[in-house]
Design a protein around this ligand. Structure first.
Ligand code: SIN
Ligand code: MN
Length: 230
């Protein structure tokens, strides 16, 4: 799947693209059920909320056949390769649970902030492609983005090691307020199988999920291959 000129222009301007219903509900039901199986396992790749509910499962593309196939799917790989104008490697692969009742907050942050500071990625030539495994609604912990914030470059951030079970480089309230005054805040919602592609510097967050409806999203973090110097 290749993006049109209008989509490329929209991505550059807004920092993200929302593509509803890229995969069928049946395909997502299978992946959702595999995810529940992974969360039920006692393995080091599964990080949990302080309540014990699953928060995220890393690297499922390396130990689960359905996720291996998703991680190599041309409908996901081709448009990112087109946007980054390069071949790609998988920098990170995670299935975020945002569990019913217990799914906790993800504070405001830029992903490249973490890839740069913690992983040593030199440039923001990497991005996320998110695939909804469940329906994402306004009430079950939808991802929130500040459009156009990717143009701000890498922002000052503090290393939050205490708010949740997962360490994150988070932005302060004044910065988020300034960026939201300029770009507003959006929260794309849609059926399972919808996809969001977003720039590594786009500021985003998600609130806790206190509903009975889980909100699982898979993230492929794809990075330009030429950034690796062997
Ligand atoms: C993230 O920003 O990396 C995850 C946010 C979420 O899944 O809600
Ligand atoms: Mn993120």
């Amino acid at each position: 799947m290749l993006l049109t000129d209008a989509q490329l222009e929209e991505f550059d301007r807004e920092g993200y693209l929302f593509l509803p219903s890229c995969f069928s509900k049946e395909e997502m039901a299978l992946l959702a059920s595999e995810a529940e199986g992974i969360y039920a396992e006692d393995r080091k790749e599964v990080w949990r909320e302080s309540s014990g509910a699953p928060r995220t499962a890393f690297a499922a593309h390396t130990y689960n056949e359905a996720y291996r196939r998703l991680g190599a799917h041309p409908r996901l790989i081709e448009p990112v390769s087109q946007l980054l104008d390069d071949d790609l490697y998988m920098h990170q692969f995670k299935i975020n649970a945002k569990a019913a009742f217990d799914g906790d907050v993800w504070q405001w942050h830029q992903d490249f902030g973490t890839w740069h500071r913690d992983d040593g990625m030199p440039e923001p030539r990497a991005m996320n492609i998110a695939v909804f495994l469940d329906e994402v609604m306004p009430i079950n912990g939808a991802l929130m983005f500040i459009p156009k914030s990717h143009k701000a470059g890498v922002l000052e951030a503090g290393h939050d090691l205490s708010t949740t079970s997962y360490p994150l480089w988070t932005l302060d309230k004044a910065e988020v307020t300034k960026l939201a005054d300029e770009g507003g805040i959006v929260a794309p919602t849609g059926p399972a199988g919808s996809v969001i592609m977003f720039h590594g510097n786009l500021v985003h967050a998600s609130p806790p999920n206190i509903t009975p409806y889980p909100r699982k999203i898979v993230y492929l973090t794809l990075c330009a291959l030429s950034l690796i110097h062997i």
